[in-house]
Ligand binder design. Structure first.
Ligand code: SAH
Length: 229
């Protein structure tokens, strides 16, 4: 693994955390999350011709109109999940599998759902090669979650939803957290953290404006505007 690359990526994440402190309300992310970011070889999850950019703090295309998320956003969303020891985590949008690997470093079991079969397959191959044995894969529309393994300590959605799917909130254990970008497709969304209280009450926090590719909806999505293709 390129040590200089990792160090540069971690420094960029720290800088962006500091620059967004007005939204985040703090200066640093959880050191456990930063350690996981240091351990996972991001270069294995990006297309070969983009390896030189693997440690840049930006998203990169992974084919099928999808992207591997920006490292700062991966770190922030993982931090917001506040993964407890022994946790069971659900991820919607496996994509490259990079975020999945970070989750697998910190959680006991990770359940990941991807709607584009070749992406899910490629991610599984890399995660198997890297030796992650606590990841479970499903090809499906993630709007409905993965009820068979619920309840989850945390659910992370790595594509933008127009609204928060009720099914996902229902699959959280009391005290569990859902981290999800919510808003119109091909525009700016709000990264939301939704906490299901012990008493069943649901708390919503808007964390940061973000721009994610949209969650694929039944019947297909609107085409991306030329400006974001
Ligand atoms: N965490 C991934 C992000 C990938 S981009 C990474 O860093 O690599 C979002 C992913 O969500 C894409 O792979 C896309 O195919 C997937 N996706 C979009 N809509 C979905 C849906 N309805 N159900 C499950 N996965 C979906």
């Amino acid at each position: 693994m390129s040590n200089a690359g990792v160090e540069r990526m971690l420094a960029d994440i720290r800088t962006e955390t500091a620059l967004t402190r007005r939204w985040l309300g703090r200066d640093e992310l959880d050191p456990k999350v930063m350690d996981a970011m240091a351990r996972v070889p991001r270069d294995r999850f990006v297309p070969e011709e983009l390896r030189d950019h693997a440690w840049d703090n930006g998203p990169l295309p992974i084919g099928h109109g999808q992207t591997i998320s920006q490292p700062f956003i991966v770190a922030l969303m993982t931090d917001l999940l506040d993964i407890p020891p022994g946790a069971r985590i659900l991820e919607i949008g496996t994509g490259s599998g990079y975020q999945t690997a970070i989750l697998a470093e910190l959680a006991d079991q990770v359940y990941t759902v991807e709607v584009v079969p070749p992406l899910g397959k490629a991610a599984k191959r890399i995660l198997d090669e890297l030796g992650y044995e606590n990841v479970h894969y499903r090809t499906a529309d993630g709007h409905l979650g993965w009820p068979e393994h619920a309840p989850y300590d945390g659910i992370i959605v790595t594509a933008a939803a127009r609204e928060v799917p009720d099914e996902l909130i229902e699959q959280l254990r009391p005290g569990g957290r859902l981290v999800i970008p919510v808003g119109p497709p091909w525009s700016t969304q709000q990264l939301m953290r939704i906490t299901r209280g012990e008493d069943g009450e649901v708390k919503q926090e808007a964390i940061l404006p973000v721009a994610f590719v949209p969650l694929v909806e039944e019947g297909g999505n609107d085409e991306a505007p030329e400006s974001v293709k």
